[in-house]
Write a protein that binds this ligand. Structure first.
Ligand code: SF4
Length: 248
């Protein structure tokens, strides 16, 4: 039986954004060359995960995807799409059209309230974020609750927005986290920090509601053991190749 091989390849180093809750030291931006990436992929890799913080800004992204598509690789997965960054819509369309690309998107939304998003300094609005929700994909959407200054009203806005996204596409998993005030982050110094009990209540409100329910996957998903170690944060993985992985 053929043993499935998967590789996670960091195609871009550094980050061009300045989210206020971030502690990542991102002094330099560097893209790996396509030649280096192909060498890392090799000749016998089944699944390639293209990774990197806002990897959709990788300069030659579409040339890279085209090139990998022509190899023996069976599934190409992308780490995430950050709304309103360079190439993000084009990447969404490429994922849709390219039969080797898994129809799974991780979208770091973070909040469903524009005022909260402004304080987070993530650079997108909810109006922009909603345009990334397409019926053809399955999603994991990241949400942070209890960000400094998040009032009850702001949290309710987020809750309602998450409901709205689910109405557009039910195949969404919300990856909810309670905000953690890291000392090195800008948001550590923001006023109106939220106490832990309220953060927990907001977290539980989402997780114990309809929003916390795991949807039925629509694709023929597989969980090869190799993925559980290298890409363990992906709960879903569509099999866009042969139904049985041993059939190669
Ligand atoms: S949290 Fe924001 S600033 Fe930090 S690495 Fe991610 S995208 Fe970049």
């Amino acid at each position: 039986m053929h043993k499935i091989t998967s590789k996670t390849i960091l195609i871009r180093h550094g980050c061009t954004k300045s989210c206020s809750y971030c502690t990542f030291d991102k002094q330099y931006i560097q893209d790996e060359s396509i030649e280096n990436i192909l060498t890392l992929v090799g000749n016998d890799c089944d699944i390639v995960q293209l990774s990197g913080i806002n990897m959709n800004e990788y300069e030659k992204l579409f040339e890279l995807i085209d090139t990998i598509t022509k190899t023996n690789v069976r599934v190409i997965n992308i780490d995430h799409i950050i709304p309103s960054t360079k190439h993000s819509y084009q990447l969404l369309n490429t994922v849709l059209q390219n039969s080797k690309m898994s129809k799974y998107i991780n979208l770091p939304l973070q909040s469903g309230c524009n005022e909260t998003l402004k304080r987070m300094n993530v650079g997108h609005t909810i109006e922009e974020a909603i345009t990334y929700i397409r019926p053809e994909f399955d999603y994991t959407i990241n949400v942070i609750v209890g960000f400094p200054g998040e009032t009850d009203e702001e949290f309710e806005e987020t809750f309602e927005f998450l409901k709205k996204l689910k109405q557009i596409n039910n195949n969404i998993i919300y990856a909810v986290k309670e905000y953690i005030p890291y000392k090195k982050s800008k948001s550590y110094h923001l006023p109106n920090q939220i106490n832990n009990e309220i953060k927990r209540q907001r977290y539980l409100r989402i997780k114990t509601s309809e929003l916390g329910r795991m949807p039925e996957p629509r694709y023929d998903y597989v969980f090869p053991a190799c993925l559980q170690t290298s890409i363990s944060f992906d709960p879903w993985y569509p099999n866009v190749g042969p139904k049985k992985w041993g059939d190669k």
